[in-house]
Design a protein around this ligand. Structure first.
Ligand SMILES: Cc1ncc(COP(=O)(O)O)c(C=O)c1O
Length: 383
């Protein structure tokens, strides 16, 4: 069978299961998405602090930095490492008091870092619901890999107990806020495990907590005063920072090792100086946005209380609030219901989430008013 026929068969199978994905044109206008000729409140983006939607800041940035280059023209190890790459890393280092290394995207970062630790004497223990980029990194690495039940640190501890003497290192991979459920990892308990098992390395992906948690927005590790205890903190710039790229915070030895051994860093053109200047510019904004973080937190609490009161459960404790649909068809019906009533919340279908856990994912943002949230609550209560 030719590749083309195989592709056609796969597409037909996806279509008949209601799983066919297609690219949709979505224009954004501030907090709104222009979609299917409708102007909808956008609850699908990860612009949690509404920084990406801020036209005033955009104009200010262009005025100040608009003459910078839009290409780095090479990898950072050749001639693509600009003043702004280093400035961004320096700013992060000052904030976190850890070495920082930046990357082209969160996907790049997770795939590249985890696969760089390719030692056969390493065991990776990962939460069942970690992001695809982390899983792909693990699959590329030569390390042995096991998963523990989602957010079940007792299960993790059982595995640590069983295996910690059999491996030189054990990398434990979690997210601080899980991207599809909006629930939170008990990072304090995780950090305590490190005291019992000194050969563990903690890898915490803060993609959905950076900007949103902590008094400076540095993430849940900042909020819980754990920055020092987590070995590798990873975060992305395309979500609350309203920009593009990613970065990790780690030891100097790990940074130097990654510069030498991380293939996506070595073999890919670096982000452009203008992108890195934009990351620096936005970083200066987020550290001062505690008021917006507090507002977002209040909105989030109100929404998950509403869902809990209506349906008797809601696992979220963050700005990501799922509304469970339990099938692809029902997720699509809910999606259409909210579109008809002025809100865009994309359906999250299997296989992105496990079969039977299909949902709508509401992603709240700091510019959202209580008035608009109230409208959303009325729609939920009317279901
Ligand atoms: C937890 C997590 N890590 C990493 C990524 C990838 O980040 P990026 O979009 O910058 O590639 C995502 C993106 O959705 C994510 O949710």
């Amino acid at each position: 069978m030719s590749i083309i026929t195989k592709c056609q068969n796969k597409i037909e199978a996806l279509q008949s299961n209601g799983n066919l994905r297609s690219l949709k044109l979505v224009n954004t206008d501030g907090d709104y998405a222009i979609f299917k000729d409708k102007r909808l409140i956008n609850l699908s983006s990860n612009d949690y602090l509404s920084l990406g939607a801020n036209k005033t800041l955009q104009k200010q940035f262009i005025k100040q930095y608009g003459s910078l280059s839009f290409t780095s023209s090479s990898s950072r190890l050749l001639c693509g490492n600009s003043y702004y790459h280093e400035l961004f890393e320096d700013k992060l280092k000052n904030l976190y008091q850890k070495e920082a290394l930046c990357f082209n995207s969160g996907y790049h970062m997770n795939v590249g870092i985890i696969s760089a630790f390719d030692n056969k004497n390493t065991l990776i223990l990962a939460d069942k619901l970690i992001h695809a980029s982390l899983i792909d990194g693990i699959l590329l690495s030569k390390a042995k890999f096991m998963r523990f039940m989602h957010n079940n640190l007792e299960h993790l501890e059982q595995l640590l107990n069983k295996y910690h003497t059999q491996y030189e290192d054990i990398i434990v991979v979690v997210e601080s806020i899980y991207s599809m459920d909006g629930d939170i990892c008990d990072l304090k308990k995780l950090a305590n495990l490190k005291e019992q098992y000194p050969n563990i390395i903690l890898y915490v992906d803060e993609a959905h907590a950076f900007g949103v948690r902590g008094t400076k927005g540095l993430g849940l590790c900042e909020e819980l005063n754990l920055i020092e205890k987590i070995d590798i903190i990873a975060a992305t710039c395309g979500k609350a920072l309203g920009s593009t790229g990613a970065f990790c915070l780690c030891d100097k030895a790990v940074k130097d090792y990654l510069i030498n051994c991380m293939r996506p860093l070595i073999f890919s053109t670096a982000l452009a100086p203008i992108n890195m200047a934009h990351n620096c510019f936005m970083l200066e904004q987020i550290i001062q946005m505690q008021e917006q973080r507090e507002h977002l937190s209040k909105l989030s609490q109100q929404l998950y209380k509403c869902i809990y009161n209506k349906f008797g459960s809601c696992q979220s404790s963050s700005q990501i609030v799922p509304l469970m649909a339990y099938s692809n068809d029902k997720a699509l019906n809910l999606y259409n219901y909210f579109i008809d009533n002025g809100f865009l919340a994309m359906p999250i279908r299997s296989p992105t989430v496990a079969k039977g856990t299909e949902r709508l994912r509401f992603s709240l943002f700091a510019n959202l008013s209580f008035e608009k949230l109230h409208k959303l609550e009325e729609l939920i209560n009317a279901l």
